[in-house]
Write a protein that binds this ligand. Sequence first.
Ligand code: ASP
Length: 426
Amino acid sequence: MRKIALHIQILIGMASGLAFALLSVKLGWSTSLTTNYIKPFGTVFLNSLKMVAIPLVFVSLVVGVTSIEDVTKLSRIGGKTFFIYTATTILAVVLGLTIANLIEPGKVIAGQTRDRLMTLYASEAEQRGETVQAIQNQNAPLQIFVDLIPENLVASMSKNEHLLQVVLVAIMLGIALLRIPPRKSRPVVLFFEGINDAIIELIRFIMNLAPIGVFSLVASLLVEVVGDSKPSEIFEILYALLWYVVTVVLGLVCMTFVVYPIMLRLFTRMSYVQFFKGIYPAQLVAFTTSSSSATLPATMERVEKHLGISEEISGFVLPLGATVNMDGTALYQGIAIVFIAQALGIELSTTAQLIIVANVVISSVGVAGVPGGAMVTTMILLQALGIPAAGLALILAPDRILDMCRTVTNVTGDAVAAVIIASSEK
Ligand code: ASP
């Protein structure tokens, strides 16, 4: 019998998760049934992916840097990566702002609905505000730079949120290995290469769990969202925010399915059909996990094995991208800020919007590739722009769904960059 391809299995998993959730809500099964017996499978899958994220980032960056071999080539590839990541993020925010200004989703929200949402989500928004306050209290203006260098590597490797520090140390170690005599660096590099291959093999095992994991994640997410509240209430809120949701999704679709294909067309010889065929299982994982870091193993596997990009490039570009390049998040933040301002009746001048572009581009580097990672930075941005941060309450309800969508764009953006850089190096 022919084995069903993995990505088809993942799709089936997703559809079954949706069907299960509908059935569970319809037949009034208790939420705890799903939480106790379905959700754990999803958690196991998610944890397995997260478990390999840090070792994968560290080892693949060391191998990536050392396999580039000469420092000139490394700085060339590094420069290109920096350029593409910055350019696509700017493009994403500008696209987001343009669409938000055209559709004006904040102006159609009724005053009544706005007030209701503000009360309903006030405490949640306040909680995020406290996190922001705590960060701001301990932070000096240059704290971001100070935070880049860990005082203890082992400690920073123990937390997925500290991925940026791990990235930096791995790149520095790679460069150091390039500079010492090959007689000494060779065994170390071979050691890392061995671990790298073993991790990739491990990922292959884990990805075999994806269909079940995806089923369980989709089912439990939906059942828990509907949970104890009435479905009609959820629909009411979603309906009130429909224009906002439509605006964000439209922006993400444009970025993913129009802007990226144009870039592929202009800068590579790969057709977008080939690209999407190769990458889409990773997009499905991104959609269900809402986490670029957790999706990284799948992204790397797809880009190397199915898009034919060398380990040298993907090992450098992708771990970096999963940590710092968030086009979907940047686009979303642009729209969210304009939406909140419009809903609260605040006019944003062109200068204010340019300030948004600059701020979003810089802050998106600090967004952690985890579910809801963008929330804290969005709040900081609102405060920086003088928009009441309590306005965040307006966008919390549909955030989980939008998070799933923007993570797909985040991951796709990294893969596009890898393909472009690889073809420019040929
Ligand atoms: N969940 C997103 C990611 O992991 C980050 C965010 O936008 O919240 O890429």
